[in-house]
Every structure is written in C-alpha cells, then in structure tokens.
Ligand binder design. Structure first.
Ligand code: C2O
Ligand code: CU
Ligand code: CU
Length: 667
C-alpha cells in the first residue's frame, strides 16, 4: 500500500493536464456547436409575413358556428420547392378563430386526412367530451362537432390535433391554429387591436427540410427539432408595421424547441398576457421564454423607426441542459422575423397602467395536493396491465389494470404496487418516453380523479435531465412557487402550460369549477409533442360525489362493479361475494349500470345494490370509463382504496379478498 501511494502523484499530473485539455476543447466545441447547430444567420428576410385569416363563424339560432376542414395540401416555403403539408381550411396552419366570452359555439371539424385525427382547444374550459382529446376521434372522412359556451376571460388560446401517438406528426405537417377569446375587459382596454396591422399573430415553428423540400420528421434526443424557422408558415419573413406601439401575440407551436425571445438590439418591451389571459400590469422585460404550447402577448414600441429582428437567444444556462449544446436542440441563436417600421398614420397607444385583476388562489384552500413526477423512475414497466394485483392468481386473461391509484392520490398505493410490480420493476420497462409518476399513458387507465369544485395543488417535479413543459387540460392554473421561491413576473399570470427545468419543483394551484363527467377523462402531459406521443401523459376525471357514498364509510368495504344482475357470471359473482363477505362481517356494495335491475335477483342479495346509470360510482373510483367492465375494490374503514382489480371477467377469489380485508391495520 505505501508503495502505491508513493507512485500516485507522478502519474496523476499528466492525466490531469490531459483532462484539462479535453475539458477545454469540449467546452469550446460546445460553444461552437451551440451557435453553429441552431443558428440561421444567413436570412435575408425576403418574404412578407403571412397573416392567418380570421374566422368569426356565423350565428345560427343563437349559436356561433365554425367549420374547420383538416386536409393535406402543399406550400412553397423554400424558394422553388413544394412541401407536402396539412392544414385547416388551407394548406398549412389554420385560421385564427375569434370567440367572445358568453357565446355558445359549435365548432365542426371535418377530417379529410387519410388518418384519424382529433381537435383540441388548448387552454379552453370545455366539457371533457368537447375537449378533442384522443377519446374524441374523428375517422377519415368523418366530422365531429364541439359545442360549448365560451366561459373564460380574454386569452390567446390555440387549437391542434391530439390523436394518441400522432399529435407531433400532424402538428409538424401544419395542423394547428390560433383561437383568441375577447371579453368585456379586452373590449375596453386601449390596446392595439387591428388584426394584422398593429395586433400581430406570430406562430413560431422550427422545421427540417429535405433537399426536395419535404419536411423531415426525425428525432434528435427524443424529439423533433428543426434548423429552419417558419413564422405563421412563412420562411425568411419580414413584416412592415407603423412605427408605433405594436402588439404581438406569440405562440410556440413547435414540437419541441424552446425559444428565448427578444429583439436583436435587446430593446425593452412589455409582456401583457400569458397563456390564460392578461397580466395585472404590463411587465417590462427584454426576454420571454416560450416552451411548446405556451403563449405570450407583448407590446413593443417601434416609434424610433429602426428595423429590428425578433430572435431567439441562446439561453444562459437556466434550462440546465447539457445536451442542448451538442445537438442544436437548445433555444439556439435564431432569427425569427425582421420588423420594418413605416411612417405612422396613427398615434401610438399609451401603455395601459392596468390590464386585469388576478386574485391569488390561497394555497390553504386546496383540498388536495398531488405529486406529478416527470421523468422519474418507471413503475413496473408497461406490464401495469394484466392482473398483476391479483396476488397468487395469474393469467386470468383480459386486460385489467394492475395498478390503480384510485381517488385522489391516496396513499394506499404501497399495497397495490407491492402486488403489481412483477417483472420490469425499477428497470426501463420497455418502450415509451419519460413517464409521469412512473407511468406511461394508457387510454384505458384513469390516473387521477378530481372532485368537482375542489381547488388542488399539483407538485410538478422534474427528475429528468431535460426541461419539460407540463400542460393541464380544462383549467388555467396559477404558479405558487418554483423550488420554494414564490412566483414573480410572468409566472403571476394564468397558465395552462408551465416549463419545468431539470431538477425543479414547480407548485401549481387550480380550481376545478366546472364540467364533471364520470366517464370521459381530460389529459395532463408534457407538451414536447414527441414526449406526449411516447406516453408522457396521464388522464384525470372530474367527478361529482355519488349519492349514497356514505354506504362505504366507517367500515371495511368491498365495492364491486358488475355489468348487470342480468349477466349470469356477474350475478354468480355478486351472490358469492354477498354470502362470503357477509359471513366475514365485511360490507359489500354492488354497483350496476342497469336502471331497473331484475327485482327477483336483487331480492336474493342482502347487500346494497346501487343502480348507477350515470356511472358516477365508477367515475368516483376512476374505473370503467371505457364502458361496462368488471371491477372490485377494497376500501379500509376511512374510505381509502387499499386494493383494486379490474378486467373483463369478474374477480371471483373472494377468500383472497377476505384475507386482505382481515389483515388491514385498522380493522
Ligand atoms: Cu396542447 Cu393536450 O395539448
Ligand atoms: Cu417532456
Ligand atoms: Cu358480466
């Protein structure tokens, strides 16, 4: 040992110097790549910025009706080259849909693609059936109508397809558009409002082109990045505006790239709105960070008459991602749009003092706090399906869900995980992108159940190595804090998408005021579209408490969902459970979707049987949303779920269940 120690200093020295050289060289390479790989400095700004048409719809019987047709097309982006595309009411992107708060609207979407699509109104408060998620498929050649009342404040929303697994491809081809809401407040505010003149939509998208002009859809670090910017579908764009204060409404409509937006002279501007509406007061800044799905409205004073270029700057490290340097997937050094001021014909708008009132939601009013762990360890692989939970019994066929988190992030999960994790636990667990709470999206699984009317806090914790923009459907939320630091600046605005850098914990708070549906879920997901398409997504239901819920409290209870007493094997299962559980003094509640179950059969059961035609019980426990299914759950005396089984066959091992029930601590 002493001999070794004597040698060490002599050997270490040259190695240290070599290491230092390597570190310096790679540092320089990083810097070089950062500018080379994601830069487009050769732009000449020759093409007039395209401004999407506006769509105001037509009022029929008091309802404002819109028609959106999704179809393939082609467009010349690069000089002399036709690019095959897809768009809405045109070859690429879609019209700006203008809505006013309080109106009843019908949006009809005709799918003329040769594949399934859906249309999601990103940021809109709508019933789950109108949300355009993977559950509202539109088959090729078919149409679908979303009907709802516009019931939220003025905001710069957008729409895009949401078919499971192909959202990224469809948006990349061009299917997306803006959806702007006005209300009495926005009507009254003295802001620039002349569309395309002083109120300019800017949809930012990066694309890769093949030599023949076709879009290339290739993954780089798990997502699709481009080196060519399209602004409203315009390559190499310029915009002439009057030299006065101009409003830009920015949407990051890219699949994966995050932009760090400012002007090339670093001039100061004001951010006035976030995803879900106006900030309280204009926020002075010279940069806005915008992740996929996020929006920002800014006011820029161009009265000095000088040309400026809107660009995306290399971010200075706050996204804490090393790979972005190497692969050109960072915020880059990208020119977006040259703005050419012309003599003003009108006086400039003054900067408003006040834009909105945003009452802070009091965190102490939250009924529940849910963890949302992004890109953490995978739970039990994809094998969550199958009958993992059923302990000693295997291979019952059908597809149950091994692991059910049940209502409200209850902590009974340890028990279920212990049963469900056979195979692949803790490993990478097969295909799929980064998980949320250890799980990859499964359209047949409800991940969270929210009670209508509750305020909730979600703790979004990014445990991976790259930034993830986390989006929640249905609501606009407030950011409470980032890593314990209370929200400031633009984080004080209403948001539906929040960028969470690696390692960060962002707490968001939101009210679930409207639209219970015990059967159709909403989504939450990463808005990097390839992450979303790879399953970095979960589903939540918003439900009302079912009547007679008191039947389950105060006692260990088994709730079993059957397809009907009319069904022979269901009835056999109900009879067996009725008899054995009663003998063991365990409460049983049987739920049937039948409105008038056969009275003779019901009379032969001594347990409570509830006719749940609306599916409220199933919804409350996050089950059976895809139609009649069999499910059995065990609840402890406090009403917590401690065990779940679902599948296409009724669970028959009542003795196993009795043993579980008897082993519960508080029995
Ligand atoms: Cu912008 Cu679930 O989407
Ligand atoms: Cu992500
Ligand atoms: Cu059955």
């Amino acid at each position: 040992m002493p001999a070794d120690t004597a040698i060490r200093p002599r050997r270490l020295k040259p190695i240290t110097i070599e290491l230092l050289i390597i570190v310096l060289l790679s540092g320089a390479t990083c810097y070089w790549l950062m500018f080379i790989r994601a830069t487009n400095s050769g732009l000449t700004f020759e093409n007039k910025l395209l401004i999407p048409n506006q769509l105001f719809g037509t009022v029929v019987d008091g309802r404002r009706q819109f028609h959106l047709t999704v179809a393939e097309g082609s467009r010349e982006f690069l000089p002399g080259k036709q690019t095959p595309t897809a768009g809405v009411n045109g070859p690429f992107l879609g019209p700006t849909v203008r809505l006013h708060r309080g109106e009843d609207v019908d949006l009809t979407v005709q799918n003329n693609l040769d594949e399934i699509t859906t249309m999601h109104w990103h940021g809109m408060h709508v019933p789950a059936r109108m949300d355009g998620t993977p559950h509202q498929k539109i088959e090729p050649g078919e149409s679908w109508t979303a009907s709802f009342q516009v019931n939220q404040q003025a905001a710069p929303l957008w729409y895009h397809p949401h078919p499971h697994g192909t959202t990224g491809r469809q948006v990349y081809r061009g299917v997306a558009g803006l959806m702007w809401i006005d209300d009495n407040n926005s009507d009254a505010l003295a802001l620039p409002k002349t569309y395309g003149v002083d109120d300019i939509p800017l949809v930012l998208q990066d694309r890769l082109f093949d030599n023949d002009g076709a879009f290339r859809f290739v993954r780089n670090q798990g997502a699709v990045f481009g080196n060519t910017m399209l602004i409203n579908g315009t390559y190499n764009p310029f915009l002439q505006v009057e030299s006065r204060r101009i409003r830009f409404r920015l949407l990051n409509g890219s699949n994966a790239r995050i932009y760090y937006i400012g002007f090339d002279d670093s001039r100061v501007f004001h951010q006035i709105a976030t995803d879900g509406g106006f900030l309280e007061t204009p926020l002075q800044t010279n940069r806005v960070i915008l992740a996929p799905g996020e929006r920002a409205e800014i006011l820029v004073d161009l009265s000095d008459g000088t040309e400026v270029v809107l660009k995306s700057y290399p971010e200075a490290g706050f996204l804490r991602t090393i790979t972005s340097f190497f692969w050109g997937i960072g915020t880059g050094n990208l020119q977006l749009l040259k703005i050419v001021p012309q003599p003003a014909k009108r006086a400039s708008h003054a900067l408003p003092d006040r834009l909105n009132t945003i009452p802070r939601i009091d965190a102490s009013h939250a009924a529940k706090t849910r963890p949302m762990v992004l890109a953490g360890p995978r739970q039990g692989g994809r094998g969550g399906r199958g009958q993992g939970v059923q302990g000693g019994r295997g291979g019952r066929g059908g597809r149950g869900q091994g692991v059910q988190s049940g209502r409200g992030g209850r902590r009974g999960q340890g028990v279920q995980d212990g049963q469900g994790g056979r195979g692949g636990r803790g490993g990478r667990g097969g295909r799929g992108g980064p998980p949320i709470n250890g799980k990859i999206m499964d359209m047949a699984r409800i991940d969270e159940v929210v009670r209508l009317g509750d305020i909730e806090i979600w703790e979004v914790h990014n445990r991976g190595g790259q930034p993830h923009p986390f989006h929640v459907h249905l609501v606009q939320f407030q950011i409470i804090d980032r890593n314990g630091q209370p929200a400031t600046g633009a984080d004080l605005g209403w948001k539906d998408t929040v960028l969470v850098p690696p390692g960060d914990l962002v707490r968001i708070i939101m009210p679930f005021e409207r639209y219970a549906d015990p059967q159709v879920p909403y989504m939450y997901h990463c808005h990097i579209m390839e992450h979303e398409d790879n399953g970095m997504m979960g589903q939540f239901l918003v439900v009302e408490e079912p009547e007679q819920l008191s039947l389950i409290t105060g006692k260990t209870t088994v709730v079993t969902f059957i397809t009907g007493v009319q069904c022979e094997h269901c009835y056999e299962h109900a009879r067996l459970f009725d008899e054995v559980l009663q003998e063991n003094d365990i409460n049983l509640v049987i739920i049937t979707p039948e409105s008038e179950p056969d009275q003779e059969r019901v009379a032969a059961l001594s347990s409570s049987l509830i006719s749940d035609t609306a599916g409220k019980w199933a919804g409350w426990f996050g089950m059976a949303h895809t139609g009649p299914a069999h499910g059995t759950i065990l609840l402890d005396a406090t009403g917590e779920i401690v065990w779940t089984s679902t599948g296409s066959e009724p669970y028959m091992d009542v003795h196993n269940l009795v043993n579980r029930a008897k082993n519960l601590p508080d029995r």
